[in-house]
Design a protein around this ligand. Structure first.
Ligand code: SF4
Length: 138
């Protein structure tokens, strides 16, 4: 029998945005997804205001010593199964801040990552593709 939560997650993933330490460009591109031009709500993707209501986390920015505990706390608060999608080159581990004194390494060292979307910032179309790829892993 199908797990109703997985079925619901695939049909209408509710997303919470976590800005770890981004420069805000990726965050602005995520908001672009909600504008009438891309209108991801027609696919059932809804941006929610609390991780407790989310099925997926969109993480942006560099993980550093200050942001890591906050990101892990948000992940703990999100009901499982929870998809984690890294948005932007900063989440891929090859960004310009990788040798910074307080960078703590790539996301997949600390969290289960289901999809990474490269780009600085990535286009909204690439983010939609990243969400679809992550959903296909369920
Ligand atoms: S990937 Fe680029 S645009 Fe996105 S947060 Fe990092 S530096 Fe900014």
């Amino acid at each position: 029998m199908k797990d109703p939560r997985i079925w619901g997650l695939k049909k209408s993933p509710w997303v919470y945005h976590v800005a770890a330490a981004s420069c805000n460009n990726c965050d602005i591109e995520i908001l672009e997804l909600l504008t009438p031009r891309y209108d991801v709500e027609r696919f059932g993707v809804v941006l929610v205001g609390s991780p407790r209501h989310a099925d997926a986390l969109l993480v942006t920015g560099v993980l550093n010593r200050k942001s890591l505990p906050r990101v892990l706390e948000v992940y703990e608060q999100t009901p499982k199964p929870c998809l984690v999608i890294g948005i932007g080159t900063c989440t891929c581990g090859k960004q310009i801040f990788r040798n910074s004194y307080n960078a703590v390494g790539p996301y997949d060292k600390h969290l289960p990552i289901h999809a990474l979307v490269p780009g600085c910032p990535p286009k909204p179309e690439a983010m939609i593709l990243g969400v679809v790829k992550a959903l296909s892993k369920l």
